[in-house]
Design a binder for this molecule. Structure first.
Ligand code: ZN
Length: 375
């Protein structure tokens, strides 16, 4: 087993979210616990993981038309974050041109995740803008990402799966094309699809054909739904019309408690993001922690799993996402232990791998926590 770097215990940049009236202190030992506890990450976008120095390198490499002030703004999280989509588009339009660029950002993401004890990552990448007009063909682009995944596994012991994700701002035919490319170039580490980018007026059912094709070919499915305040009907559509295996975000399901109860009973896993820009922008900062839908989702018994989403842009890390649930949103450590298991359950890793994690991680979690408590 290759040596994994020792966990870093840098203090979480708490400035990424408002102070919480229900907040709890996190001392260095507890912070180290959040870093060291074994975890999977199921909801992270490759382009939202790019280190600032790598972004600057790519700007220089391609002489991209981006001002330094603009780049600084990309990596500054304001009090009312404006969202990260324009940064992701800049990467697609100017900065990720070769398989090597994609290999590099994949390797660096997985290196950073492994440093915080992410043992397995399933991450999104939107092929559409990159493969459009043959700029970088799908198979070549994916080869670069897969190489980064293999190198990171060899160097840091982190396993990973790539989830190509539908760009819902693009026409539905481009989503079908993405899935056709996946079918034409299958790989055991590319086992499912997702959908993201701006959800307004782009409900999941618009992409039903691409999803149906994916399922027909045995691919797993997930969908961003109920993000950006979009109604609970989008969540219901993703689950009941498209038939996704898990849901990304899904916050507005709290507006239909009856249906939420049903999804809780069915055991659907929701990948949640405590640093979600929409709620930071729209909820009263005094009440952000109190009114955050994640708290209500937990009360409703939904199976939740916290994630970093766009870590370098949200100024959070995988461990930070877990910590925020405890320190800011007031969830209990016993609930986080359940969420660790939800992550394993929701993962698309092999049965054997998941069984092995389920058998060993709870004991690891308990032993690490006992150290913090000095027992
Ligand atoms: Zn996301």
């Amino acid at each position: 087993m290759p040596e994994t770097p020792p966990p870093s215990v840098a203090p979480l940049a708490i400035g990424c979210v408002p102070a919480s009236p229900i907040g709890r202190d996190v001392d260095a030992a507890l912070r180290a616990f959040f870093v060291a506890m074994p975890k999977v990450e199921l909801h992270c976008h490759l382009l939202g993981t790019v280190r600032k120095e790598t972004f600057l390198d790519l700007v220089a490499k391609y002489d991209a038309p981006l001002e330094r002030a603009e780049i600084e703004a990309f990596y500054t999280r304001g009090e009312r974050p404006v969202g990260v989509l324009r940064v992701l588009r800049a990467l697609e339009d100017y900065l990720l041109m070769t398989p090597e660029d994609l290999r590099r950002i994949t390797y660096e993401y997985l290196e950073d995740a492994a440093r915080e004890s992410v043992r397995h990552a399933e991450f999104f990448w939107n092929p559409t803008a990159t493969i459009r007009d043959g700029r970088l063909p799908y198979a070549k682009a994916v080869a670069g990402i897969l190489q980064g995944m293999e190198e990171a596994e060899a160097d840091f012991g982190i396993s990973s799966l790539l989830t190509p994700s539908i760009d819902r701002e693009a026409p539905a035919e481009e989503a079908v094309f993405m899935v056709e490319e996946m079918i034409a170039h299958p790989h055991p580490k590319v086992v499912g699809i997702g959908i993201d980018y701006r959800e307004d007026n782009r409900p999941p059912e618009m992409f039903a054909k691409a999803y149906a094709l994916a399922k027909e070919h045995g691919l797993r499915t997930t969908a961003h739904a109920g993000e950006f305040g979009m109604p609970w009907t989008n969540v219901a559509m993703a689950i009941d019309t498209i038939g996704v295996d898990r849901v990304d975000h899904g916050y507005t399901i709290i507006d239909n408690p009856e249906l939420a109860q049903d999804y809780a009973a069915r055991g659907l896993v929701f990948t949640i993001v405590p640093t979600n820009s929409y709620y930071l922008r729209t909820l009263d900062h005094e009440r952000w922690a109190l009114d955050h839908p994640i708290r209500r989702m937990a009360e409703m018994g939904l199976k939740l799993h916290p994630n970093s989403d766009d870590p370098t842009l949200h100024q959070v890390t995988p461990a930070g996402a877990w910590q925020l649930l405890y320190s800011h949103l007031g969830l209990e450590l016993s609930q986080l232990r359940e969420m660790m298991l939800n992550g394993i359950e929701g993962s698309w890793a092999s049965e054997d791998q998941r069984a092995q994690w389920s058998a060993t991680w709870p004991g690891e979690f308990d032993a690490l926590l006992a150290q913090v408590r000095g027992v």
